[in-house]
Ligand binder design. Sequence first.
Ligand SMILES: Nc1ncnc2c1ncn2[C@@H]1O[C@H](COP(=O)(O)OP(=O)(O)OP(=O)(O)O)[C@@H](O)[C@H]1O
Ligand SMILES: [Mg+2]
Length: 221
Amino acid sequence: MVLVAGGVGTGKTTLCLEFLVRGAERGEKGLFISVTEASAKLMQNFSTFEFFHTDLVNNNLVTIVDLPIVYDRLGLNREELKPGEVDILVRTIQDLVRESGARRVVVDSLTSVGFRVRSEEKARDFILKLAQAFSELGTTSLMVAEVGAVPGVHSLYGVEEAIVDGVVMLSNVRRRGDMLRVLQIIKMRGTVHSRAQYVIELTPIGLLMAPFLKGGRLETA
Ligand SMILES: Nc1ncnc2c1ncn2[C@@H]1O[C@H](COP(=O)(O)OP(=O)(O)OP(=O)(O)O)[C@@H](O)[C@H]1O
Ligand SMILES: [Mg+2]
């Protein structure tokens, strides 16, 4: 379970979707649980990327699910979940993973689910139970966390960054008036990795990374 934490427009959704597409190309099915954007709009936005083909969705290699629709079907009150309903939600997500046969899962975003469940305590409960469910399912999952530009803060509820196996941070960095997207791996359990900053480019063929050349005055935006 890897947290993809970052500010607005830093490329979180693109990174996660490409992760599913690359998996599907290698025979691993993917499930995208969309909380913030309606799946139809998501597919429309991503049709401009060459790496994304709607065939992947039509052939069930990538399944996109709208969590608000799941809420409605379950008859859950969207405004505020009761304690027992957190369990129902986690079980439903588990069922969706099983039904889709997904080996890779994306939740975009944990922050939005947290807002829906309202209380921080319930959000923490949800995240811990979801982590447990994904660990039982044996999936590789990316959880999006919408966090601002506070240095060292990668989660909203304080539990995510500790329970996940990895944290990938995406940031907006201003350099001489231009806005750059920067990626940094903060932690990844069980592997040796770079902790350097990389400038990322969202291109039609996918996300490209280049070393972040230092110099000039930098500000985190
Ligand atoms: N076809 C494309 N080629 C290159 N870049 C694109 C293309 N389509 C969109 N983009 C870029 O992708 C950005 C959106 O990225 P993405 O949605 O992955 O970010 P995000 O971090 O998920 O944003 P949000 O905070 O809104 O959830 C757009 O602002 C635009 O700059
Ligand atoms: Mg997004």
